[in-house]
Design a protein around this ligand. Structure first.
Ligand code: C2E
Ligand code: CA
Ligand code: CA
Length: 509
Protein backbone atom coordinates (compact mmCIF):
# COMPACT_ATOMS: atom_id res chain seq x y z
CA UNK A 1 0.00 0.00 0.00
CA UNK A 2 1.51 3.27 -1.19
CA UNK A 3 0.23 5.40 1.71
CA UNK A 4 1.66 3.17 4.40
CA UNK A 5 5.27 4.47 4.70
CA UNK A 6 4.01 8.08 4.67
CA UNK A 7 1.42 7.33 7.35
CA UNK A 8 4.00 5.55 9.45
CA UNK A 9 6.58 8.30 9.15
CA UNK A 10 3.98 10.95 10.10
CA UNK A 11 3.06 8.85 13.11
CA UNK A 12 6.70 8.30 14.05
CA UNK A 13 7.45 12.03 13.72
CA UNK A 14 4.57 12.85 16.02
CA UNK A 15 5.84 10.31 18.53
CA UNK A 16 9.33 11.81 18.41
CA UNK A 17 8.07 15.39 18.89
CA UNK A 18 5.91 14.26 21.77
CA UNK A 19 8.67 12.23 23.41
CA UNK A 20 10.58 13.47 26.46
CA UNK A 21 13.84 13.33 24.51
CA UNK A 22 12.91 16.48 22.60
CA UNK A 23 13.02 18.56 25.82
CA UNK A 24 16.79 18.15 25.77
CA UNK A 25 16.96 20.43 22.72
CA UNK A 26 15.19 23.42 24.32
CA UNK A 27 18.34 24.93 25.99
CA UNK A 28 20.30 24.53 22.73
CA UNK A 29 17.57 26.22 20.71
CA UNK A 30 17.24 29.17 23.12
CA UNK A 31 21.04 29.58 23.24
CA UNK A 32 21.17 29.49 19.42
CA UNK A 33 18.46 32.16 19.34
CA UNK A 34 20.52 34.33 21.75
CA UNK A 35 23.63 34.09 19.53
CA UNK A 36 21.74 34.92 16.38
CA UNK A 37 19.17 37.45 17.54
CA UNK A 38 20.27 38.76 20.91
CA UNK A 39 18.36 39.00 24.19
CA UNK A 40 14.94 39.71 22.72
CA UNK A 41 15.07 36.47 20.64
CA UNK A 42 16.20 34.56 23.74
CA UNK A 43 13.18 35.86 25.63
CA UNK A 44 10.73 35.05 22.82
CA UNK A 45 12.09 31.51 22.33
CA UNK A 46 12.10 30.79 26.07
CA UNK A 47 8.41 31.66 26.19
CA UNK A 48 7.21 30.31 22.84
CA UNK A 49 8.98 26.93 22.72
CA UNK A 50 7.41 25.43 25.89
CA UNK A 51 3.98 26.73 24.77
CA UNK A 52 4.50 25.13 21.34
CA UNK A 53 5.53 21.81 22.97
CA UNK A 54 2.45 21.87 25.19
CA UNK A 55 0.20 22.38 22.15
CA UNK A 56 1.73 19.53 20.12
CA UNK A 57 1.75 17.33 23.21
CA UNK A 58 -1.99 17.72 23.72
CA UNK A 59 -2.62 16.92 20.04
CA UNK A 60 -0.58 13.74 20.32
CA UNK A 61 -2.30 12.80 23.54
CA UNK A 62 -5.65 13.15 21.78
CA UNK A 63 -4.34 10.83 19.05
CA UNK A 64 -3.24 8.35 21.77
CA UNK A 65 -6.74 8.43 23.24
CA UNK A 66 -8.24 7.66 19.85
CA UNK A 67 -5.97 4.62 19.57
CA UNK A 68 -6.99 3.46 23.02
CA UNK A 69 -10.61 3.93 21.94
CA UNK A 70 -10.03 1.19 19.40
CA UNK A 71 -9.86 -1.21 22.33
CA UNK A 72 -13.41 -0.31 23.26
CA UNK A 73 -16.41 -2.30 22.10
CA UNK A 74 -19.55 -1.58 20.14
CA UNK A 75 -18.42 0.20 17.00
CA UNK A 76 -19.97 -2.12 14.48
CA UNK A 77 -22.09 0.59 12.95
CA UNK A 78 -19.02 2.78 12.31
CA UNK A 79 -17.49 0.00 10.21
CA UNK A 80 -20.73 -0.71 8.35
CA UNK A 81 -21.16 2.98 7.49
CA UNK A 82 -17.54 3.31 6.40
CA UNK A 83 -17.80 0.20 4.22
CA UNK A 84 -20.96 1.52 2.64
CA UNK A 85 -19.34 4.89 1.84
CA UNK A 86 -16.22 3.16 0.52
CA UNK A 87 -18.31 0.80 -1.63
CA UNK A 88 -20.21 3.74 -3.17
CA UNK A 89 -17.07 5.76 -3.92
CA UNK A 90 -15.34 2.61 -5.28
CA UNK A 91 -17.92 2.13 -8.03
CA UNK A 92 -17.50 5.79 -9.04
CA UNK A 93 -13.72 5.83 -9.40
CA UNK A 94 -12.78 2.30 -10.47
CA UNK A 95 -11.24 1.40 -7.12
CA UNK A 96 -12.21 -1.33 -4.70
CA UNK A 97 -12.86 -1.65 -0.99
CA UNK A 98 -12.79 -4.72 1.28
CA UNK A 99 -13.84 -5.75 4.77
CA UNK A 100 -11.36 -7.59 6.97
CA UNK A 101 -12.31 -9.20 10.27
CA UNK A 102 -9.67 -10.51 12.63
CA UNK A 103 -10.01 -12.44 15.87
CA UNK A 104 -7.42 -13.60 18.40
CA UNK A 105 -7.20 -17.39 18.50
CA UNK A 106 -8.44 -19.02 21.71
CA UNK A 107 -9.13 -15.74 23.49
CA UNK A 108 -11.19 -17.56 26.15
CA UNK A 109 -8.17 -19.76 26.85
CA UNK A 110 -6.06 -16.60 27.27
CA UNK A 111 -8.63 -15.18 29.70
CA UNK A 112 -8.67 -18.34 31.79
CA UNK A 113 -4.86 -18.50 31.81
CA UNK A 114 -4.04 -14.82 32.34
CA UNK A 115 -7.21 -13.17 33.69
CA UNK A 116 -9.28 -10.26 32.38
CA UNK A 117 -6.89 -7.46 33.33
CA UNK A 118 -3.98 -8.93 31.37
CA UNK A 119 -6.30 -9.67 28.43
CA UNK A 120 -7.47 -6.05 28.35
CA UNK A 121 -3.80 -5.12 27.96
CA UNK A 122 -3.47 -7.66 25.16
CA UNK A 123 -6.50 -6.15 23.38
CA UNK A 124 -5.05 -2.65 23.73
CA UNK A 125 -1.67 -3.68 22.35
CA UNK A 126 -3.28 -5.70 19.56
CA UNK A 127 -5.35 -2.64 18.63
CA UNK A 128 -2.19 -0.50 18.42
CA UNK A 129 -0.46 -3.05 16.24
CA UNK A 130 -3.38 -3.35 13.85
CA UNK A 131 -3.56 0.43 13.55
CA UNK A 132 0.16 0.61 12.80
CA UNK A 133 -0.17 -1.78 9.85
CA UNK A 134 -3.04 0.13 8.21
CA UNK A 135 -3.18 3.39 6.27
CA UNK A 136 -4.67 6.40 8.01
CA UNK A 137 -7.64 6.33 5.63
CA UNK A 138 -8.59 2.75 6.62
CA UNK A 139 -11.10 2.50 9.45
CA UNK A 140 -10.64 -0.05 12.21
CA UNK A 141 -12.90 -0.84 15.17
CA UNK A 142 -13.26 -3.53 17.80
CA UNK A 143 -16.63 -5.17 17.24
CA UNK A 144 -16.63 -8.00 19.79
CA UNK A 145 -14.45 -9.64 22.51
CA UNK A 146 -11.20 -9.99 20.62
CA UNK A 147 -12.64 -9.31 17.16
CA UNK A 148 -11.55 -6.30 15.12
CA UNK A 149 -13.04 -5.17 11.81
CA UNK A 150 -11.29 -3.10 9.16
CA UNK A 151 -12.95 -1.09 6.40
CA UNK A 152 -10.27 -0.88 3.74
CA UNK A 153 -10.36 2.54 2.06
CA UNK A 154 -10.73 2.19 -1.73
CA UNK A 155 -7.53 1.29 -3.58
CA UNK A 156 -6.77 0.50 -7.21
CA UNK A 157 -5.56 -3.07 -6.69
CA UNK A 158 -7.71 -4.49 -3.92
CA UNK A 159 -7.57 -8.03 -5.32
CA UNK A 160 -7.29 -11.44 -3.67
CA UNK A 161 -3.50 -11.41 -3.59
CA UNK A 162 -3.27 -7.93 -2.06
CA UNK A 163 -5.82 -8.80 0.61
CA UNK A 164 -4.03 -12.05 1.49
CA UNK A 165 -0.78 -10.09 1.86
CA UNK A 166 -2.52 -7.48 3.98
CA UNK A 167 -4.07 -10.18 6.19
CA UNK A 168 -0.69 -11.86 6.59
CA UNK A 169 0.85 -8.51 7.59
CA UNK A 170 -1.87 -8.07 10.21
CA UNK A 171 -1.21 -11.59 11.48
CA UNK A 172 2.50 -11.07 11.82
CA UNK A 173 1.98 -7.75 13.64
CA UNK A 174 -0.46 -9.41 16.06
CA UNK A 175 1.82 -12.39 16.68
CA UNK A 176 4.77 -10.29 17.89
CA UNK A 177 5.44 -11.25 21.53
CA UNK A 178 3.55 -9.15 24.10
CA UNK A 179 5.03 -8.32 27.51
CA UNK A 180 2.53 -8.65 30.34
CA UNK A 181 3.60 -8.38 33.98
CA UNK A 182 7.20 -9.30 33.23
CA UNK A 183 6.25 -12.36 31.24
CA UNK A 184 5.95 -12.84 27.49
CA UNK A 185 2.66 -13.85 25.87
CA UNK A 186 2.35 -15.15 22.34
CA UNK A 187 -0.92 -14.64 20.49
CA UNK A 188 -2.09 -15.42 16.99
CA UNK A 189 -5.20 -14.52 15.05
CA UNK A 190 -7.47 -15.84 12.34
CA UNK A 191 -8.53 -13.52 9.53
CA UNK A 192 -11.53 -13.47 7.20
CA UNK A 193 -12.06 -10.91 4.46
CA UNK A 194 -14.47 -10.06 1.69
CA UNK A 195 -13.58 -8.07 -1.42
CA UNK A 196 -16.08 -5.35 -2.24
CA UNK A 197 -16.77 -6.89 -5.66
CA UNK A 198 -17.57 -10.30 -4.14
CA UNK A 199 -20.01 -9.20 -1.43
CA UNK A 200 -23.50 -10.72 -1.75
CA UNK A 201 -24.85 -7.14 -1.92
CA UNK A 202 -23.35 -3.67 -1.97
CA UNK A 203 -24.29 -2.69 1.59
CA UNK A 204 -21.80 -2.20 4.41
CA UNK A 205 -23.72 -4.73 6.51
CA UNK A 206 -23.47 -7.39 3.81
CA UNK A 207 -19.72 -6.80 3.35
CA UNK A 208 -19.04 -7.07 7.07
CA UNK A 209 -21.21 -10.18 7.46
CA UNK A 210 -19.47 -11.85 4.51
CA UNK A 211 -16.06 -11.15 6.08
CA UNK A 212 -17.38 -12.60 9.37
CA UNK A 213 -18.47 -15.77 7.58
CA UNK A 214 -14.98 -16.07 6.14
CA UNK A 215 -13.57 -15.53 9.64
CA UNK A 216 -15.78 -18.39 10.89
CA UNK A 217 -14.21 -20.70 8.30
CA UNK A 218 -10.74 -19.42 9.15
CA UNK A 219 -11.35 -20.16 12.84
CA UNK A 220 -12.45 -23.70 12.03
CA UNK A 221 -9.20 -24.17 10.12
CA UNK A 222 -7.13 -22.18 12.61
CA UNK A 223 -5.14 -21.22 14.45
CA UNK A 224 -3.56 -18.50 12.32
CA UNK A 225 -5.66 -19.16 9.20
CA UNK A 226 -6.82 -16.71 6.52
CA UNK A 227 -10.00 -17.20 4.45
CA UNK A 228 -11.59 -15.14 1.72
CA UNK A 229 -15.39 -15.01 1.39
CA UNK A 230 -16.92 -17.14 -1.38
CA UNK A 231 -20.52 -17.83 -2.37
CA UNK A 232 -19.98 -21.48 -1.34
CA UNK A 233 -19.56 -20.22 2.24
CA UNK A 234 -22.93 -18.55 2.00
CA UNK A 235 -24.51 -21.83 0.86
CA UNK A 236 -22.90 -23.73 3.74
CA UNK A 237 -24.05 -21.06 6.19
CA UNK A 238 -27.58 -21.46 4.89
CA UNK A 239 -27.41 -25.22 5.47
CA UNK A 240 -26.13 -24.54 9.01
CA UNK A 241 -28.97 -22.10 9.54
CA UNK A 242 -31.55 -24.67 8.38
CA UNK A 243 -29.96 -27.34 10.59
CA UNK A 244 -30.10 -24.94 13.52
CA UNK A 245 -33.87 -24.77 13.14
CA UNK A 246 -34.23 -28.57 13.08
CA UNK A 247 -31.62 -29.65 15.60
CA UNK A 248 -33.57 -29.30 18.80
CA UNK A 249 -36.54 -31.32 17.45
CA UNK A 250 -34.13 -33.91 16.03
CA UNK A 251 -32.59 -34.47 19.46
CA UNK A 252 -35.97 -34.91 21.09
CA UNK A 253 -37.48 -37.28 18.55
CA UNK A 254 -34.55 -39.66 18.28
CA UNK A 255 -33.11 -38.60 14.92
CA UNK A 256 -29.72 -38.07 16.56
CA UNK A 257 -28.26 -41.29 17.94
CA UNK A 258 -24.84 -42.81 18.57
CA UNK A 259 -23.21 -45.13 16.09
CA UNK A 260 -20.52 -47.38 17.46
CA UNK A 261 -16.96 -48.07 16.36
CA UNK A 262 -15.12 -51.03 17.92
CA UNK A 263 -11.77 -50.88 19.70
CA UNK A 264 -9.69 -54.05 20.01
CA UNK A 265 -6.67 -55.18 21.98
CA UNK A 266 -3.54 -55.62 19.86
CA UNK A 267 -2.61 -58.38 22.28
CA UNK A 268 -5.64 -60.64 22.11
CA UNK A 269 -7.70 -59.23 19.24
CA UNK A 270 -10.69 -59.12 21.62
CA UNK A 271 -13.10 -56.18 21.60
CA UNK A 272 -12.12 -53.91 24.50
CA UNK A 273 -14.75 -51.27 23.88
CA UNK A 274 -16.84 -49.22 21.47
CA UNK A 275 -16.68 -45.48 20.89
CA UNK A 276 -20.07 -43.77 20.59
CA UNK A 277 -20.11 -41.30 17.66
CA UNK A 278 -23.18 -39.14 17.09
CA UNK A 279 -25.10 -39.43 13.78
CA UNK A 280 -28.15 -37.50 12.61
CA UNK A 281 -30.69 -39.24 10.39
CA UNK A 282 -32.29 -36.21 8.83
CA UNK A 283 -35.69 -36.91 7.24
CA UNK A 284 -34.79 -35.08 4.01
CA UNK A 285 -31.00 -34.69 4.02
CA UNK A 286 -30.16 -38.27 4.96
CA UNK A 287 -27.29 -39.15 7.27
CA UNK A 288 -25.39 -36.10 8.54
CA UNK A 289 -21.94 -36.57 10.14
CA UNK A 290 -21.02 -34.72 13.36
CA UNK A 291 -18.65 -32.26 11.65
CA UNK A 292 -21.72 -30.87 9.83
CA UNK A 293 -24.15 -30.67 12.74
CA UNK A 294 -22.00 -30.12 15.84
CA UNK A 295 -21.62 -26.40 14.98
CA UNK A 296 -25.45 -26.14 14.95
CA UNK A 297 -25.60 -27.98 18.29
CA UNK A 298 -23.06 -25.55 19.71
CA UNK A 299 -24.85 -22.50 18.36
CA UNK A 300 -28.18 -23.72 19.73
CA UNK A 301 -26.51 -24.30 23.12
CA UNK A 302 -27.55 -27.97 22.99
CA UNK A 303 -24.25 -29.71 23.73
CA UNK A 304 -25.52 -30.80 27.15
CA UNK A 305 -28.69 -32.26 25.68
CA UNK A 306 -26.68 -34.09 23.00
CA UNK A 307 -24.44 -35.47 25.74
CA UNK A 308 -27.47 -36.75 27.69
CA UNK A 309 -28.92 -38.47 24.61
CA UNK A 310 -25.62 -40.09 23.61
CA UNK A 311 -24.79 -41.19 27.17
CA UNK A 312 -28.26 -42.68 27.73
CA UNK A 313 -28.17 -44.58 24.42
CA UNK A 314 -24.60 -45.75 25.00
CA UNK A 315 -25.32 -47.14 28.46
CA UNK A 316 -28.53 -48.74 27.18
CA UNK A 317 -26.44 -50.38 24.43
CA UNK A 318 -24.05 -51.81 27.06
CA UNK A 319 -27.01 -53.60 28.62
CA UNK A 320 -28.23 -54.85 25.23
CA UNK A 321 -24.75 -56.21 24.33
CA UNK A 322 -24.72 -57.99 27.67
CA UNK A 323 -28.20 -59.43 27.05
CA UNK A 324 -27.05 -60.69 23.64
CA UNK A 325 -24.12 -62.53 25.21
CA UNK A 326 -21.32 -60.17 24.19
CA UNK A 327 -18.75 -58.90 26.60
CA UNK A 328 -18.02 -55.24 25.92
CA UNK A 329 -15.86 -53.93 28.77
CA UNK A 330 -16.30 -50.20 28.05
CA UNK A 331 -18.15 -47.63 26.01
CA UNK A 332 -16.33 -44.39 25.14
CA UNK A 333 -18.38 -41.20 25.09
CA UNK A 334 -17.09 -37.84 23.82
CA UNK A 335 -17.55 -34.95 26.26
CA UNK A 336 -17.51 -31.39 24.95
CA UNK A 337 -16.07 -28.59 27.07
CA UNK A 338 -19.61 -27.18 27.44
CA UNK A 339 -20.68 -30.43 29.15
CA UNK A 340 -17.52 -30.52 31.23
CA UNK A 341 -18.40 -27.08 32.60
CA UNK A 342 -21.65 -28.35 34.18
CA UNK A 343 -21.20 -28.18 37.99
CA UNK A 344 -23.64 -31.11 38.39
CA UNK A 345 -21.88 -33.35 35.84
CA UNK A 346 -20.42 -35.89 38.26
CA UNK A 347 -23.75 -36.40 40.04
CA UNK A 348 -25.53 -36.71 36.73
CA UNK A 349 -23.14 -39.41 35.46
CA UNK A 350 -23.30 -41.28 38.77
CA UNK A 351 -27.07 -41.25 38.57
CA UNK A 352 -27.12 -42.49 34.95
CA UNK A 353 -24.70 -45.34 35.74
CA UNK A 354 -26.83 -46.31 38.77
CA UNK A 355 -29.97 -46.29 36.67
CA UNK A 356 -28.43 -48.95 34.39
CA UNK A 357 -26.70 -50.68 37.29
CA UNK A 358 -23.33 -50.36 35.55
CA UNK A 359 -20.08 -49.84 37.43
CA UNK A 360 -18.30 -46.52 36.59
CA UNK A 361 -15.31 -48.30 35.00
CA UNK A 362 -17.62 -49.35 32.13
CA UNK A 363 -17.68 -45.72 30.95
CA UNK A 364 -14.66 -44.14 29.24
CA UNK A 365 -14.92 -40.36 29.29
CA UNK A 366 -13.24 -39.02 26.14
CA UNK A 367 -11.79 -35.55 26.60
CA UNK A 368 -9.93 -33.71 23.84
CA UNK A 369 -6.28 -33.04 24.52
CA UNK A 370 -6.87 -29.39 23.55
CA UNK A 371 -9.45 -29.07 26.36
CA UNK A 372 -7.06 -30.53 28.93
CA UNK A 373 -4.19 -28.35 27.68
CA UNK A 374 -6.20 -25.12 27.90
CA UNK A 375 -7.73 -25.80 31.29
CA UNK A 376 -6.59 -23.96 34.40
CA UNK A 377 -7.77 -24.73 37.90
CA UNK A 378 -11.47 -24.50 37.19
CA UNK A 379 -14.71 -26.43 37.00
CA UNK A 380 -13.46 -28.58 34.08
CA UNK A 381 -10.48 -29.73 36.16
CA UNK A 382 -12.71 -30.54 39.11
CA UNK A 383 -15.20 -32.43 36.92
CA UNK A 384 -12.59 -34.58 35.20
CA UNK A 385 -10.91 -35.34 38.52
CA UNK A 386 -14.38 -36.06 40.00
CA UNK A 387 -15.24 -38.50 37.19
CA UNK A 388 -11.86 -40.19 37.61
CA UNK A 389 -12.40 -40.65 41.35
CA UNK A 390 -15.91 -41.94 40.67
CA UNK A 391 -14.12 -44.73 38.79
CA UNK A 392 -14.71 -43.78 35.14
CA UNK A 393 -11.72 -44.11 32.83
CA UNK A 394 -10.42 -40.93 31.27
CA UNK A 395 -9.32 -41.14 27.62
CA UNK A 396 -7.26 -38.26 26.27
CA UNK A 397 -8.60 -37.84 22.72
CA UNK A 398 -6.62 -36.69 19.64
CA UNK A 399 -3.39 -37.00 21.61
CA UNK A 400 -0.48 -35.22 19.94
CA UNK A 401 -2.54 -32.33 18.63
CA UNK A 402 -3.18 -30.35 21.80
CA UNK A 403 0.04 -29.81 23.79
CA UNK A 404 -1.23 -31.14 27.13
CA UNK A 405 1.55 -30.98 29.69
CA UNK A 406 2.62 -34.06 31.62
CA UNK A 407 1.55 -32.19 34.76
CA UNK A 408 -1.98 -31.90 33.34
CA UNK A 409 -2.05 -35.57 32.29
CA UNK A 410 -1.20 -36.42 35.90
CA UNK A 411 -3.62 -33.90 37.40
CA UNK A 412 -6.54 -35.22 35.35
CA UNK A 413 -5.78 -38.87 36.23
CA UNK A 414 -5.76 -39.78 32.55
CA UNK A 415 -5.89 -43.57 32.05
CA UNK A 416 -5.35 -43.82 28.35
CA UNK A 417 -4.12 -41.66 25.47
CA UNK A 418 -5.76 -41.95 22.07
CA UNK A 419 -2.95 -41.24 19.63
CA UNK A 420 -4.28 -38.99 16.88
CA UNK A 421 -4.72 -40.39 13.39
CA UNK A 422 -2.17 -37.92 12.00
CA UNK A 423 0.58 -39.97 13.74
CA UNK A 424 -0.90 -43.33 12.78
CA UNK A 425 -1.20 -42.72 9.02
CA UNK A 426 1.47 -44.69 7.16
CA UNK A 427 3.18 -45.65 10.44
CA UNK A 428 4.19 -48.94 8.79
CA UNK A 429 6.02 -47.32 5.87
CA UNK A 430 7.17 -43.90 7.12
CA UNK A 431 10.12 -44.04 9.57
CA UNK A 432 9.33 -40.48 10.82
CA UNK A 433 5.88 -41.63 11.89
CA UNK A 434 7.38 -44.71 13.54
CA UNK A 435 9.77 -42.56 15.58
CA UNK A 436 6.95 -40.27 16.72
CA UNK A 437 4.68 -43.13 17.73
CA UNK A 438 7.55 -44.97 19.42
CA UNK A 439 8.36 -41.82 21.42
CA UNK A 440 4.72 -41.37 22.46
CA UNK A 441 4.50 -45.04 23.50
CA UNK A 442 7.69 -44.80 25.57
CA UNK A 443 6.32 -41.74 27.36
CA UNK A 444 3.01 -43.54 27.98
CA UNK A 445 4.82 -46.59 29.34
CA UNK A 446 6.84 -44.44 31.76
CA UNK A 447 3.66 -42.70 32.93
CA UNK A 448 1.82 -46.05 33.15
CA UNK A 449 -0.82 -44.92 30.67
CA UNK A 450 -2.71 -47.20 28.34
CA UNK A 451 -2.58 -46.41 24.63
CA UNK A 452 -4.90 -46.60 21.65
CA UNK A 453 -4.05 -45.85 18.02
CA UNK A 454 -6.85 -43.94 16.26
CA UNK A 455 -7.79 -44.13 12.59
CA UNK A 456 -6.03 -47.41 11.80
CA UNK A 457 -6.94 -48.09 8.18
CA UNK A 458 -4.64 -50.89 7.05
CA UNK A 459 -3.36 -54.25 8.22
CA UNK A 460 0.17 -52.83 7.94
CA UNK A 461 -0.61 -49.99 10.37
CA UNK A 462 -2.30 -52.46 12.74
CA UNK A 463 0.71 -54.81 12.67
CA UNK A 464 3.22 -51.99 13.19
CA UNK A 465 1.27 -50.56 16.15
CA UNK A 466 1.12 -54.02 17.73
CA UNK A 467 4.86 -54.41 17.20
CA UNK A 468 5.62 -50.99 18.69
CA UNK A 469 3.59 -51.91 21.79
CA UNK A 470 0.41 -49.85 21.32
CA UNK A 471 -2.27 -51.49 23.49
CA UNK A 472 -5.48 -50.90 21.53
CA UNK A 473 -6.53 -49.86 18.06
CA UNK A 474 -9.61 -48.35 16.46
CA UNK A 475 -10.21 -47.47 12.80
CA UNK A 476 -11.83 -48.15 9.47
CA UNK A 477 -9.39 -51.05 8.94
CA UNK A 478 -11.25 -52.86 11.70
CA UNK A 479 -14.72 -51.41 11.20
CA UNK A 480 -16.42 -48.12 10.41
CA UNK A 481 -18.84 -46.67 12.98
CA UNK A 482 -22.15 -48.55 12.67
CA UNK A 483 -25.68 -48.42 14.11
CA UNK A 484 -26.28 -50.52 17.23
CA UNK A 485 -28.14 -53.28 15.33
CA UNK A 486 -25.11 -53.90 13.10
CA UNK A 487 -22.72 -54.25 16.05
CA UNK A 488 -24.26 -57.61 17.02
CA UNK A 489 -23.61 -59.10 13.61
CA UNK A 490 -20.12 -57.54 13.47
CA UNK A 491 -19.18 -58.99 16.87
CA UNK A 492 -20.46 -62.41 15.84
CA UNK A 493 -18.24 -62.35 12.76
CA UNK A 494 -15.28 -60.92 14.69
CA UNK A 495 -15.57 -63.72 17.24
CA UNK A 496 -15.57 -66.32 14.47
CA UNK A 497 -12.58 -64.68 12.76
CA UNK A 498 -10.62 -64.61 16.03
CA UNK A 499 -11.21 -68.31 16.52
CA UNK A 500 -9.83 -69.23 13.11
CA UNK A 501 -6.96 -66.73 12.46
CA UNK A 502 -3.59 -66.50 14.21
CA UNK A 503 -3.28 -63.37 16.34
CA UNK A 504 -1.10 -60.41 15.43
CA UNK A 505 0.99 -60.54 18.58
CA UNK A 506 1.85 -57.47 20.61
CA UNK A 507 5.47 -56.76 21.39
CA UNK A 508 6.39 -58.11 24.78
CA UNK A 509 9.03 -56.80 27.18
P1 C2E B 1 -13.19 -38.27 17.37
O1 C2E B 1 -13.70 -38.35 18.76
O2 C2E B 1 -11.73 -38.13 17.19
O3 C2E B 1 -13.75 -39.54 16.61
C1 C2E B 1 -13.05 -40.25 15.66
C2 C2E B 1 -13.44 -39.81 14.28
O4 C2E B 1 -12.59 -40.44 13.35
C3 C2E B 1 -14.86 -40.25 13.92
O5 C2E B 1 -15.38 -39.28 13.03
C4 C2E B 1 -14.62 -41.54 13.17
O6 C2E B 1 -15.65 -41.88 12.29
C5 C2E B 1 -13.35 -41.19 12.43
N1 C2E B 1 -12.57 -42.39 12.11
C6 C2E B 1 -12.49 -43.53 12.79
N2 C2E B 1 -11.65 -44.39 12.19
C7 C2E B 1 -11.16 -43.75 11.12
C8 C2E B 1 -10.25 -44.14 10.08
O7 C2E B 1 -9.70 -45.24 10.05
N3 C2E B 1 -9.97 -43.22 9.13
C9 C2E B 1 -10.56 -41.99 9.13
N4 C2E B 1 -10.27 -41.17 8.16
N5 C2E B 1 -11.43 -41.60 10.09
C10 C2E B 1 -11.73 -42.48 11.07
P2 C2E B 1 -16.85 -38.73 13.23
O8 C2E B 1 -17.78 -39.79 13.69
O9 C2E B 1 -17.17 -37.99 11.98
O10 C2E B 1 -16.68 -37.73 14.44
C11 C2E B 1 -15.93 -36.59 14.32
C12 C2E B 1 -15.74 -35.92 15.64
O11 C2E B 1 -16.97 -35.40 16.13
C13 C2E B 1 -15.26 -36.87 16.73
O12 C2E B 1 -13.88 -37.03 16.60
C14 C2E B 1 -15.67 -36.12 17.97
O13 C2E B 1 -14.71 -35.14 18.31
C15 C2E B 1 -16.94 -35.44 17.54
N6 C2E B 1 -18.10 -36.17 18.05
C16 C2E B 1 -18.68 -37.27 17.54
N7 C2E B 1 -19.72 -37.66 18.31
C17 C2E B 1 -19.78 -36.78 19.35
C18 C2E B 1 -20.61 -36.66 20.52
O14 C2E B 1 -21.52 -37.44 20.79
N8 C2E B 1 -20.35 -35.63 21.36
C19 C2E B 1 -19.33 -34.75 21.13
N9 C2E B 1 -19.12 -33.74 22.01
N10 C2E B 1 -18.52 -34.84 20.06
C20 C2E B 1 -18.74 -35.85 19.18
CA1 CA C 1 -13.31 -39.44 20.50
CA1 CA D 1 -10.02 -38.78 18.23
Amino acid sequence: MAGLPAALSRRNLRAIINGPQVLAFIPALTLGGYWLGGESTLLILALVLPAFMALIGSGAAAQGDALLGLGELGQRETIENALEQFAISSTRNDKNTAAIVLELDDYNGLISRLGHKACNDIIRQTADRIRAVLRETDIVCRIDGSTFAVAVAPVKRADLETLIQMSARLQSAVSEPISIDASTVYTSCSVGFCLGARAPSKTGESLLEAAELALGEARQNGPNAIRSFSSEMLRRAKVQHDLLEDVSIALENGQILPWFQPQVSTDTGEVTGFEALARWHHPTRGMIPPCDFLPAIEEAGLFERLGEVILYQSLASMIKWQENGFSVPKVGVNFSSAELRNPKLVDKIRWELDRFDLSPDRLAVEVLETVVAATGDDIITRNIAGLASLGCSIDLDDFGTGHASIANIRRFSVDRIKIDRSFIMKVDTDPEQQHMVAAILTMAEQLKLETLGEGVETIGEHAMLAQLGCGHIQGFGLARPMPFEDTLDWMQKHRAKLAETPKIGRRTG
